[in-house]
Design a protein around this ligand. Structure first.
Ligand SMILES: [Zn+2]
Ligand SMILES: [Zn+2]
Length: 133
């Protein structure tokens, strides 16, 4: 069982069992909706995922794509698509209470990836911030 929720806590959810997939999506829709270079998604059958607090708002992001987010703080939470993924729900894995518990397994939609993201793991890294000169 995993649990998670949005930044402000108005929306909480739980999911039973193991995710079917966990992918880092680089598509333009995910990037623009999240305002982030990529978005991590775990996929579950819809009947094992329950919203336990609050009601997400649903944004129609494409013909059949539906993005569910917190109406108070804006955190993106779920994606459903009854055309491409009937009966399934994707959860934004960075909203897990313990995001270390389920590592990502693949990068997807890299055809739309921001070019510099391909080598982002090679950038200088700092425990907090770069030293001030
Ligand atoms: Zn919220
Ligand atoms: Zn995407």
């Amino acid at each position: 069982m995993i649990t998670g929720g949005c930044h402000c806590g108005a929306i909480r959810y739980q999911a039973e069992g193991e995710a079917l997939t966990h992918a880092l999506c680089h598509c333009t829709d995910c990037r623009r909706h999240a305002g982030a270079p990529m978005v991590g998604w775990t996929m579950y059958p819809q009947d094992v995922v329950k919203v336990t607090r609050g009601t997400p708002r649903v944004y129609v992001s494409s013909d059949h794509g539906r993005r569910h987010f917190c109406p108070d703080c804006g955190t993106g939470l779920f994606y459903t698509n009854e055309e491409i993924l009937p009966g399934m729900i994707d959860i934004q894995s960075a909203t897990y209470d313990d995001p270390d518990s389920a590592p990502a397994r693949a990068h997807i939609q890299v055809a739309e990836r921001i070019s510099w993201m391909e080598r982002a793991h090679e950038l200088p890294a700092f425990e907090r911030y770069p030293p001030q000169e």
